[in-house]
Design a protein around this ligand. Structure first.
Ligand code: FES
Ligand code: MG
Length: 576
């Protein structure tokens, strides 16, 4: 049995307990909130970090979700405090929510540190909110549980199911190719997002919540429950009850977020055919726990992990199907032999204990171990003279003929250049070409937006072309697909070899051998490097100033340098 804290050992007791002037202030102001000693005395104070906003449809239900967490906290004898933090609304925030992931992480960390709280429940779902909240909470060092917001209902257009993002890209290409009408396109707009909740493809949101569950940071099965299913409210209340217990038992994720837990998370990422974005986020999350995840770890684990979830964009089904097929526990059970099953989780049980009885109910949606979609995971890490610090490709979601491809580069120096010249008949893009987009990385864009699924020229779409080899230092949406090599590091804006690519250079991709090669001599590259000049910063004030000075490259997780784990916890604030 774990030793339980005494009430005087609660962190919040330092605010409410002492008989001094400062604590008088805290207590009298708590009374102003309508609270009394029966609310705080000897009770764990639980912060509910809520990323609700009017402009975040993925988190539209978070006010009610928070109420359900509060109910659970109260049932277990704790005191809930809802604290709003920044909401990163993937679709609306420009140029990209990635620019603000670290901002939310800082806010979450500081909100927990400065307030009289003993533990936290984190409400997140939409892409960057999950890694951001976890990065912040890990750095704050308090016990916490993550409540994933849940996927939205499957989209529907006539007799076709529609997946977030994925089917928007797909039908946009069909519209441009003249295969569907404007009216069809409007109907698709009407039916692709039918309820609150995050994207219901295996995009970044579903990938990150699956990873979070595998890390042991949610209750078992939590990440697969659809947002609008009543079981989701009950999971939130259970999480509220659990965090109160965890505070008393001092069960803190910092005790179990070790290298093995992060390797388990990579197994889950590969087995679900997860988003490429997960790589950047996992490196950053692990970094906050003092754990290094070199890109090679992803490749090593990818090569031994079967892909089992047949979910869009790499497959056919959607998250609702995944839930009813058994959800994440059923999938993890199939790969238990390559998981460290003894890793602890927030319910006080090990990962193996949590998945002991998990079963698959639909073996088309979740394949069994002896009948995988592929024997390898969905993502590969590439190396070569064009990307000395790595690049990633989701080879499970591209036409296989591009796994080995050699062709001439067509270079766009930035996104504006791409937009201006994409459909220019004088730009010689053919089925053999390698489209190159520069200045789209963490510093170049800035913020490493999801521009990596470069659009195809209209004339190629009309000719029936649906894929092409594309290279960038950007990311792409987890709902995207195609032969898109991403996260090229170092990025072009810092003068990496990727900055030196010119029109007509031959580029060779070899996914089976994990190489990406610029077939230009070292002498020629040295000459080009000598002539290369960095672009002037377009903006250099405010938050962007901080971002541009402190962000790291993709292979380092794009965290800020000053937020990395140092081995010395930030001191508790003085209560005076
Ligand atoms: Fe929020 Fe996709 S837009 S998860
Ligand atoms: Mg996304």
């Amino acid at each position: 049995m774990p030793t339980r804290l005494a009430p005087e050992e609660l962190r919040s007791h330092r605010w409410f307990g002492p008989n001094d002037l400062r604590s008088f202030g805290h207590r009298s102001r708590a009374r102003q909130l309508g609270l009394g000693p029966e609310d705080w005395q000897g009770k764990p104070v639980i912060a509910i970090l809520n990323t609700w906003s009017d402009i975040n449809p993925c988190h539209l239900h978070f006010k009610v979700l928070a109420e359900n967490v509060k109910k659970g906290v109260l049932q277990a004898g704790g005191m809930p405090l809802e604290i709003p933090v920044m909401s990163l609304s993937e679709n609306f925030m420009k140029p990209t929510t990635m620019l603000y992931r670290n901002f939310l992480a800082m806010e979450a960390e500081e909100m927990l540190r400065c307030h009289p709280v003993d533990g936290a429940v984190l409400l997140g779902a939409c892409d960057k909110t999950t890694p951001a909240l976890i990065m912040g909470a890990v750095s704050a060092g308090l016990p916490f549980i993550f409540v994933p917001g849940g996927p939205m209902l499957r989209g529907q257009w006539r007799d076709q199911t529609l997946g977030s993002g994925t089917d928007a890209w797909k039908y946009w290409a069909e519209l441009r190719a003249g295969n569907i009408t404007q009216e069809d396109w409007c109907d698709i707009e009407d039916g692709i997002a039918r309820s609150h909740g995050h994207c219901m493809t295996m995009g970044t949101a579903s990938t990150m919540t699956a990873i979070t569950e595998t890390l042991g940071l949610t209750l078992p099965g939590a990440s697969s429950i659809p947002a609008s299913d009543a079981r989701h409210w009950r999971m939130a209340a259970s999480s509220g009850r659990q965090i109160v217990e965890n505070v008393w038992n001092n069960l803190n994720p910092s005790q179990f977020l070790n290298k093995a837990a992060f390797e388990n998370a990579i197994v889950a990422d590969m087995a679900v055919g997860g988003s490429t974005n997960a790589i950047v986020h996992l490196i950053a999350m692990a970094g906050r726990a003092g754990i290094k995840l070199p890109l090679e770890d992803f490749d090593t684990i990818s090569r031994k992990t079967p892909r089992l979830a047949d979910l869009r964009p790499a497959g056919r089904f959607l998250m609702e199907d995944f839930y009813f097929a058994g959800g994440l526990p059923a999938l993890l059970k199939q790969v238990e032999d390559i998981l460290a099953g003894d890793c602890m989780t927030v319910n006080g049980h090990t990962l193996s204990e949590n998945i002991a009885d998990a079963k698959i109910w639909n073996t088309e949606v979740i394949r069994t171990r002896d009948n995988p979609l592929s024997t390898e995971g969905g993502t590969a890490v590439l190396r070569g003279n064009i990307c000395p610090n790595g690049a990633v490709v989701k080879h499970s979601a591209m036409e296989q003929k591009y796994w080995t491809h050699r062709g001439p580069a067509v270079v766009f120096k930035d996104y504006e250049d791409l937009a201006a010249r994409l459909d220019d008949p004088n730009v010689p893009i053919t089925g053999d070409s390698v489209m190159v987009l520069q200045s789209a990385g963490p510093l170049g864009a800035p913020g490493m937006p999801e521009w990596g699924m470069l659009p195809l020229p209209k004339r190629l779409l009309e000719a029936g072309v649906r894929d092409l080899l594309r290279l960038s230092d950007a990311r792409m949406s987890g709902t995207s697909y195609g032969a898109c090599v991403l996260h090229i590091a170092p990025e072009s804006a810092v003068g990496g070899p990727f900055a030196l690519v010119q029109d007509g250079d031959i580029i060779a991709l070899d996914v089976p051998n994990r190489t990406l090669t610029l077939e230009v001599s070292n002498e020629e590259l040295a000459k080009r490097k000598a002539a290369w000049k960095p672009a002037a910063r377009k903006v250099d004030r405010g938050y962007l100033h901080l971002f541009l000075n402190e962000v790291t490259q993709a292979d380092e997780g794009c965290d800020f340098r000053f937020l990395h784990y140092t081995g010395t916890p930030t001191p508790e604030p003085r209560i005076h």
